[in-house]
Every structure is written in structure tokens, then in C-alpha cells.
Write a protein that binds this ligand. Structure first.
Ligand code: FES
Length: 501
């Protein structure tokens, strides 16, 4: 099912695929919110920009987000102070507060109708034992000179023990915003090409050649704005990030809805906000997070959210169900800046966690300043080539241990499944003639067979029975049951098998 955003945006401009070889000052790979924000700022400065997108604009991460624009990134500021010191935490906060203002300025200046609304944002707990963490975060914010409020009552339909309130945060319809950016870009002679897959970027003299499935773009600067960077060497982003999947539902109810944006911070995590739908407010509930590629089931994903909706809104009608993926770095900070010291003039922004609406704006400002040769005060926060001691053992395990297991050991294990074990409308891996084969049987028993080896770096894929996809536990690529690549970093489809009857 489409997300609410994809289903309710009017696509007032259309784009073609790259029709011929072209030249530009800047080539941007990816037309999500990060890529188009970079393109917006650069075209405003008079740069000739070409944006290349594999799908439609915003069809992946931006079209599936919650659309919260906030500097409140769960409980984060005490962690930042402890890990990097007060100046660092203060700058992170200022950068994100500035991003809220920048987004608001763009919306006003370009007259983008995107349901933008200022709202308070809250991190809450229903457990007395977690109040200490809330109070600690408030002290951390106090030490940064930021005024947050401790509250014990929210508009949510259940009691809480306490919450931290950030005032003057915002929410919007992310795809309406993105289409507004796209119009502004093309009005300033920026070019956007969709359904154009970039396969490689190579240095040639003083420029870069961006290779696509058919043609090339030669540019002075390249910005890698795909969700997960797909050039493995140099850069090595696959050793520094994993992807996490979470779920959202849109709920209609006759009950009064809480205004504001809400999230708790220990499992099970639930996130709430309202959205406009056919002239009225509906409720979005998010949660059910897990590392992409790890097994899940309906009950632990959409089922969990539906249960929450029906508990408090017995008349709830579920209008939409969708899921989203986020790139998580080892130290919980994005990578923004040059792609690698071996690729000067190629830039990257990735690892925005679940807070991409503000962080992509911060990243776009940093990269545009770098291209213009200007110093950006927040550049040092997210240096893409940073090398830091690994302190976060959970994230390290998520990336290194599980990837190694899937890359080497799982491929050697005998498959416990037999062909007959797979029910209709389900899938799994079986062994046929000593080869692992990924099987999906549709509702009528028709069989689709693929080689279940990820085309990114060769990890063994796992079957996702909720979305009927093949997901990679290593870096989060995803393929449909026919093997078509849906999500990066892989960009090639899976081989498929024709089975002898
Ligand atoms: Fe990297 Fe699959 S996404 S091996």
C-alpha cells in the first residue's frame, strides 16, 4: 500500500529520464529531500544543476517519513554532551533549530502549500523508572541555554509520568514540500531526470563522469544524495551504517485528536502526529522498529500499531499502512562532506537516522557552502571522513557481526525449509541441486524463484513476509519477490530462476 504522502500529493510537474549525454556544474544523485534541498540552494545561487533519480522524486525515504521537523531527536542532548562536549551539543541543537527556520523561510518564499504547521514536540514516558532520564535530558538542555519544559499532561489518550516539551517545532506534508522545491529548481533552470539509474562515478581530468543506465553527465561537482551511498570503494560507508525499518499507519476516528508530535524512548516505541486528509485531521502512529533484514511478522509491525490505535480509538479506521527505512551510523551522527579524501569534489550526506527533515537541511547548507568555498560553522559536527574509536557496541554489533554472519556463515548453513513447507502468499529459502533458491508462492500457488544473494556485496537475503520482499540483513537493500531492486545500496536486480516442473 502507498504511504499517505505518496497517495495525496498532486504531481504537478513530470520528469523524463536522462535523454542524452549532458554537462552541468553540479550533478546530484538522488531526488529525495536532501538532494532537492541541495539543488534548491545551488540553483538559487545560479549554479547549473542536474539531478538524477532512480525512481520518482521522493518515492522512497522522503515519501515514507513521518514528516516531523524538529530539533528534538528523542533523548539526545545528554548523550551528545557526554560524548562530545557542550559546544558540540549546542552547535547540533542550533543547527537543527536553524533548519526549522530555513524550511519555514523556503516555504514562505516559494509559496509552497505543504500543510506546514508549527507544533510542540514531546518526548514522554509512561514509566516512573524512566523519569530520571527525562530529568537528565532537561538538565543537559538547561546547560546548553535551551528552554525546554517538563510537563505531566499531554493531549494523548493515556496518562504519562512526564515529558519534555520543545516549543515551536513543526510538521508538514513532505512530498508536497518536495514537489514545491522541484518547481522552484526547474524554474531556475535546474534539470531533474527520473527513472535514471546511476551505476558509477569516475574522475576524468578535472571533472567527474556520472554513468547511468544509458547516458552520462559530466560535472565539476557531484553530490551523492541517494539514501545509502552505493559506491563501496573508496568511502566504505557499508562498514559504517546499517538500515532500520519502522512502520506507520494513518488512522481516522471521530474522537478528538491530540495536536503536537509525540514519541517515547524505550521499547515498544510509539510516535504520534496528526496530518491533514480530505479536509480533516487524521492520526499517524509509528513504531515497530527493527534492523532491516531481520525477521518480523505482521503482529510485531503493523499489528502492533493497529492494536495501539484500537486500544484508544475503538472506532479507528486504518486508512494507510506503510514502512520506512533509516540509515543509522555507528556514532548516531550523519556523514556530511567529501565522499572520500580520494574523491575531492564528490560530496555525501547520509545517516540522518529518523530525523532527516531537519538534518538534511543542515547537510545541504554544509555541502553548498563547501562547493562555494565558504566555511560552515556546523561542518565539523558531521565530518564524513571522521575516524573515531568505536564506543557504541550495540551499533557495531548491528553492522559488523550480523553482516559477517550473513555474508559468510549463513550461506554455508543447510536450509531448514523444504519446498512444500512454503505456504501460498509466503516465501523462504530452499535448496535445489545444492543451490540456495529464494521461493515465493503467490495467493494462487504460482512460484517465483530468485537467487537470494544480495547484488550489493553478496549477503544472503531473508524473506520479509510482511511486505513480500527479499531484504538484506547487511546494509538493508530490498528486492521485490520477482527480484526487482527496490532500495539501495544495491542497484542491480536479483537473478531469477526458471524452475523445471
Ligand atoms: Fe550490502 Fe546487501 S545491502 S550486501
Amino acid at each position: 500500500m502507498n504511504s499517505l504522502w505518496l497517495d495525496s500529493v498532486s504531481k504537478n510537474i513530470s520528469f523524463s529520464s536522462l535523454p542524452e549525454n549532458k554537462k552541468a556544474q553540479v550533478c546530484i544523485i538522488g531526488a529525495g529531500i536532501f538532494g532537492l534541498t541541495c539543488a534548491y540552494y545551488l540553483t538559487k545561487l545560479g549554479y547549473h544543476v542536474i539531478v538524477l533519480e532512480k525512481d520518482d522524486i521522493g518515492e522512497k525515504a522522503t515519501g515514507h517519513t513521518t514528516g516531523k521537523i524538529t530539533s528534538q531527536h528523542s533523548l539526545f542532548y545528554d548523550y551528545l554532551i557526554q560524548s562530545y562536549g557542550e559546544k558540540f551539543a549546542k552547535d547540533y541543537l542550533s543547527a537543527n533549530e536553524q533548519a526549522i527556520q530555513d524550511i519555514q523561510n523556503i516555504i514562505q518564499e516559494e509559496k509552497i502549500k505543504c500543510d506546514f504547521a508549527l507544533e510542540n514536540s514531546y518526548v514522554y514516558t509512561t514509566k516512573n523508572s524512566e523519569l530520571r532520564a527525562i530529568k537528565k535530558e532537561i538538565s543537559a538542555l538547561d546547560s546548553l541555554g535551551f528552554h525546554s519544559e517538563f510537563v505531566t499532561k499531554l493531549g494523548l489518550p493515556f496518562e504519562i509520568e512526564g515529558a519534555i516539551c520543545f516549543k515551536n517545532q513543526a510538521q508538514f506534508h513532505p512530498l508536497k514540500y518536495l514537489y514545491g522545491l522541484a518547481s522552484s529548481i526547474t524554474n531556475r533552470n535546474g534539470e531533474i531526470f527520473t527513472h535514471t539509474t546511476v551505476t558509477d562515478v569516475q574522475k576524468e581530468d578535472d571533472s567527474y563522469v556520472v554513468f547511468t543506465n544509458h547516458h552520462t553527465v559530466v560535472a565539476d561537482f557531484v553530490i551523492m544524495a541517494s539514501h545509502y551511498p552505493f559506491i563501496n570503494f573508496p568511502g566504505f560507508y557499508f562498514t559504517k551504517m546499517y538500515q532500520s525499518t519502522s512502520y506507520l499507519i494513518a488512522v481516522d476516528t471521530k474522537k478528538t485528536l491530540p495536536h503536537g508530535m509525540y514519541i517515547n524512548f524505550t521499547n515498544p516505541i510509539f510516535s504520534y502526529r496528526t496530518a491533514r486528509y480530505k479536509g480533516k485531521d487524521i492520526l499517524l502512529i509509528g513504531g515497530g522498529e527493527h534492523k532491516t533484514g531481520q525477521p518480523t511478522c505482521y503482529q510485531d509491525s503493523y499489528g502492533l500499531l493497529e492494536e495501539e490505535a484500537f486500544r484508544y480509538y475503538p472506532d479507528a479506521e486504518i486508512l494507510y499502512r506503510w514502512n520506512t527505512r533509516d540509515c543509522i551510523s555507528l556514532d548516531k551522527l550523519p556523514y556530511v562532506g567529501i565522499y572520500s579524501s580520494m574523491m575531492p569534489n564528490v560530496f555525501v550526506g547520509t545517516g540522518f537516522k529518523k530525523w532527516g527533515m531537519t538534518l538534511t537541511n543542515v547537510a545541504a547548507n554544509i555541502i553548498v557552502d563547501e562547493i562555494c568555498g565558504k566555511q560552515n560553522p556546523y561542518q565539523y559536527l558531521f565530518r564524513s571522513t571522521r575516524l573515531k574509536p568505536l564506543k557504541n557496541h550495540d551499533e557495531m554489533k548491528n553492522i559488523l557481526v550480523q553482516s559477517t554472519t550473513s555474508l559468510f556463515f549463513d550461506k554455508l548453513k543447510l536450509s531448514p525449509m523444504q519446498f512444500e513447507d512454503i505456504a501460498n502468499n509466503s516465501g523462504g529459502i530452499v535448496e535445489i541441486n545444492h543451490e540456495k533458491v529464494g521461493i515465493y508462492k503467490d495467493e494462487n500457488g504460482k512460484i517465483y524463484a530468485v537467487k537470494p544473494i544480495c547484488t550489493h556485496l553478496g549477503c544472503l537475503l531473508s524473506w520479509n513476509d510482511v511486505d513480500k520482499t527479499w531484504d538484506c540483513p547487511c546494509h538493508g537493500s530490498r528486492f521485490d519477490y520477482q527480484g526487482k531492486n527496490l532500495y539501495d545500496p544495491a542497484f542491480k536486480d536479483l537473478d531469477f530462476y526458471v524452475l523445471d516442473s
